[in-house]
Ligand binder design. Structure first.
Ligand code: COA
Length: 190
């Protein structure tokens, strides 16, 4: 096997400005982000949680904390997570989180998941964070990304094509699985 599975540092934190001109910082998740992530999960609307989890998702503080703890684990060779934050006075507030998890059977495939807080959707945050995630995935030796989304989820399908380029899509009942090659991702072609 020629692909590298060794740990490679992800790119430095970066700054993005939303379509409304608001500054957003994007960086690796660290364990200290658990509270920020739990707060983000608890603020999601029912509809957004459903689109992310295909189920009601974390609704109580205990479940949100559990999910946030999972997301905030230190980066490994098999899992990377990025967080997007804004400044609110002196504090940092999470508005999005994106993850890539290596497929257990095919090491060069990564499973993507992302959620953007409702009031920050449609402003380019999901695209920017996914572009960064493409770099993290590539640093993990991942060459192909896969994402499951509900059939009705046009935003996720458009995001996937916008960021990762040509993608194949297969449908099984309500769920669409999209697969794309990282060599076509916008952040990797620069
Ligand atoms: C999917 C999601 C991450 C997109 O994030 P976002 O920040 O709103 O996306 P962007 O603003 O970067 O837009 C990305 C693309 O989606 C399109 N889009 C965004 N919201 C849309 C909507 N409600 N309906 C249709 N298209 C939409 C944008 O127009 C853009 O496509 P384009 O470049 O072809 O115009 C966000 O809507 C979300 O968190 N949804 C709930 C969770 C989810 O669905 N996760 C994906 C499955 S794990």
């Amino acid at each position: 096997m020629h692909h590298s599975l060794s740990y490679t540092p992800t790119p430095a934190p970066s700054v993005f400005h939303t379509d409304r001109g608001e500054r957003v910082d994007m960086r690796d998740v660290v364990p200290q982000d658990t509270l920020l992530l739990a707060d983000l999960l608890l603020r999601l609307s029912d509809a957004t949680r459903w689109l992310r989890y295909f189920a009601p998702g974390p609704q109580s503080f205990a479940r949100a904390w559990q999910e946030a703890t999972r997301m905030a684990q230190p980066r490994t060779r098999h899992h990377a997570a990025l967080i997007a934050t804004i400044r609110h006075g002196d504090s940092e507030v999470a508005i999005a989180v994106a993850e890539v998890v290596r497929d257990q059977r095919t090491a060069t495939i990564g499973e993507l998941a992302i959620v953007v807080r409702d009031d920050y959707q449609t402003q380019g945050v999901g695209s920017a964070l996914s572009g960064r995630l493409a770099l993290s995935a590539r640093a993990m030796g991942i060459t192909t990304v896969r994402a499951d989304m509900l059939y009705q989820n046009r935003a996720a399908q458009r995001l996937m094509r916008r960021v990762f380029g040509p993608a194949t899509a297969t449908r099984d009942r309500d769920v669409v699985t999209m697969i794309a090659h990282l060599s076509n991702a916008i952040s990797c072609s620069m």
